[in-house]
Design a protein around this ligand. Structure first.
Ligand code: SAM
Length: 246
């Protein structure tokens, strides 16, 4: 099963965070801008449509689309408060939906983004595979998916010794639940119990494979200074995926 114990549902947490979300994101600009730069540099120039899964308030997805002149944008989020904020931006559509249960629609998207550890908010491995499988279903044949997740084997965040220890234990006795982290989130004057899953590179790449997707590019992004590295132990994990090699 996996899961995060007795915490409130993640949608409640993001409903509460919604009024403070912009301010919160602004504090992480260095990391978020580095991820966005990579996406803009690697996005095909002829993309016409973009779906943002776990869009938050939608500001980021709309900005990425605008910078590439993409007119058809759909924003999707589990939190009702976040979806309401997305609607204010007037995209082509807003889906109030879980990433694991993306709607059955005719439209296929050239770009699908799922940014800032949205997959790490999904309860367990089966749900994460469902989410990526759903994105694959909605992807056009020439389409690209971009997503980033937190890295349990991130030496910039945890130091070499701790990561070395984690790699040893994860190799000898693999257990994905070890990546489930609970913490208190300071939101306004409140402290709300929250949770997120940290992935190992091997774990997320197993999920990608089981979802029928192929890795086009993978890179680590340092959470503090935004530096990119091909050594996956050096930051959070950012992937560009396609449906097939052609
Ligand atoms: C850290 S925020 C990232 C928002 C946006 N992608 C960005 O980069 O600004 C995570 C978002 O994922 C949404 N979320 C969490 N679990 C989800 C799920 N199972 N399906 C869809 N959205 C989810 C939350 O409501 C929240 O808006």
């Amino acid at each position: 099963m996996g899961g995060f114990g007795m915490n409130p549902p993640i949608s409640n947490i993001y409903d509460a965070l919604a009024p403070y979300y912009r301010e919160y994101a602004r504090k992480k600009t260095v990391y978020l801008n580095a991820v966005d730069r990579f996406i803009l540099d690697n996005m095909p120039g002829d993309a016409e449509s973009l779906l943002d899964v776990g869009a938050g308030d939608g500001v980021r997805g709309m900005a990425l689309a605008n910078q590439k002149g993409i007119k058809y944008v759909v924003l999707s989020d589990l939190s009702a408060e976040m979806a309401a904020r997305c609607r204010e931006l007037n995209p082509a559509d807003v889906w109030h939906a879980a990433a694991e249960k993306l709607p059955e629609v005719e439209r296929r998207f050239d770009i699908i983004i799922c940014l800032w550890n949205v997959l790490g908010h999904i309860e367990n491995r089966a749900g994460r595979v469902e989410a990526l499988t759903g994105m694959r279903r909605l992807l056009s044949d020439k389409g690209n998916i971009f997503f980033d997740v937190n890295n349990r084997h991130n030496t910039s965040a945890y130091g070499w010794w701790k990561v070395f220890g984690r790699i040893c234990i994860d190799t000898i006795q693999p257990d994905e639940k070890r990546g489930d982290a609970t913490f208190d989130w300071k939101i306004g004057n409140e402290s709300i119990p929250a949770m997120g899953h940290l992935f190992t590179p091997a774990e997320i790449e197993g999920i990608i494979k089981d979802s029928g997707l192929l890795i086009k590019t993978k890179i680590a992004v340092d959470y503090h200074n935004g530096l990119l590295s091909t050594q996956l132990l050096k930051g959070q994990l950012l992937y560009q995926l396609v449906k097939s090699e052609k």
